[in-house]
Design a protein around this ligand. Structure first.
Ligand SMILES: NC(=O)c1ccc[n+]([C@@H]2O[C@H](COP(=O)([O-])OP(=O)(O)OC[C@H]3O[C@@H](n4cnc5c(N)ncnc54)[C@H](OP(=O)(O)O)[C@@H]3O)[C@@H](O)[C@H]2O)c1
Length: 315
């Protein structure tokens, strides 16, 4: 089978190769999936560059990609479902296993895949990482009906899901993005759209109950300005030492702070799939790449200017 691999930690273009590799065999408790679509996340190139070398299982030479959709090709010993041929969405937790969604076949634990409708094959591949991250941010911040929520970095993969999930939970959101992201943010129908580059934080429409900082760019004074009466703040990237101190200090301060640590799981994927099936959640796929152009997709994500989700058609 064809597989995208990285040979060493380093810059994407110099260490990644499309290679011929042996097709994996499903072990006990596993399913073999013929991958049709894989979505790109910053996590993919951060793994390649070695950012998580101390904590991730992914050590080169290794596969790339953590979320995918496709069809069940074979079942390993002890597995009865999903049936062979069934459309599924799945994930590979890179902290526990070596990734490899950007390859024609992947063998994963049956508990990490969820059966889906054929019609959702492309959209579903964006859910396990970016969609579940947004859902878990909302949960950390306890977003509830009536909350006013600022989503900073709303045009990215996580942010574009977060704006929609806030609405599904009964909240109202204000979305920030660069000038070029403004038209795309309007399509998510937040209460207001802010250009973070030209508009001062004081004019972003606070006070808010919650700030979901998907870009992790807001500082202490911004947070105080946005939530002067207290609230809940969640960021996606760790900041030290506050990440370690937050659990101790939260009891004493008006703004509670949290850092997302994504826990991939099928239950959250099912919650998102339910919304997807009912037409209430729409992954914002902005670009589609062929398998031979997967490196270009990784490069675009690496640029920090990717909008919505980038999807690679593997088969
Ligand atoms: N901790 C975890 O478990 C976890 C889980 C998922 C993701 N993450 C991290 O969360 C971050 C976002 O993930 P993602 O998948 O949404 O990334 P993404 O799809 O690459 O989105 C990045 C977005 O950030 C926006 N941006 C760049 N500079 C900004 C600024 N100064 N202010 C506001 N927005 C800005 C860009 O939009 P504009 O062009 O509009 O600026 C871009 O759309 C990544 O660093 C990722 O690694 C962490």
């Amino acid at each position: 089978m064809r597989a995208l691999r990285y040979e060493a930690f380093g810059p994407i273009a110099s260490v990644t190769r499309l290679v011929e590799a042996a097709q994996p065999r499903p072990g006990p408790g596993q399913v073999l999936v013929r991958v049709l679509f894989a979505a790109i996340n910053p996590l993919d190139w951060k793994l390649i560059e070695g950012e998580f070398r101390r904590i991730a299982k992914s050590k080169p030479p290794a596969g790339i990609g953590t979320e995918f959709s496709g069809r069940v090709e074979a079942l390993g010993p002890g597995v009865a479902a999903p049936a062979i041929g069934r459309a599924v969405v799945g994930f590979i937790n890179p902290m526990a296993r070596t990734p490899g969604a950007l390859q024609q076949f992947v063998a994963v634990d049956a508990k990490d895949v969820t059966a889906i409708d054929e019609a959702d094959l492309e959209a579903a591949c964006t859910l396990p990482v970016a969609g579940v991250s947004a859902l878990q941010m909302c949960r950390l911040a306890n977003v509830k009906g009536g909350d006013r929520v600022l989503v900073n970095g709303a045009s990215g993969g996580v942010g574009s899901f977060a704006v929609q999930i806030v609405r599904l939970l009964g909240g109202r959101s204000v979305a920030t993005g660069s000038r070029l992201s403004q038209p795309l943010l309007e399509t998510l129908e937040p209460e207001a759209v802010i250009n973070y580059a030209t508009q001062k934080v004081a004019s972003w429409g606070g006070p808010f109950d919650v700030v979901l900082d998907c870009a992790s760019t807001l500082g202490d004074s911004d947070i105080a300005e946005l939530m002067p009466h207290g609230g809940r703040y969640v960021r996606t990237l760790p900041a030290f030492p506050s990440m370690l101190l937050d659990p101790l200090l939260n009891g004493m301060r008006p703004v509670k702070r949290y850092t997302l640590r994504l826990k991939p799981n099928t239950e959250d994927v099912r919650t998102l799939l339910n919304w997807l099936r009912r037409g209430r959640l729409r992954p914002l796929i902005t670009e589609r790449f062929s398998f031979t152009d997967a490196v270009a997709a990784l490069d675009e994500s690496r640029s920090g200017r990717a909008r919505g989700k980038l999807v690679v058609r593997v088969a």
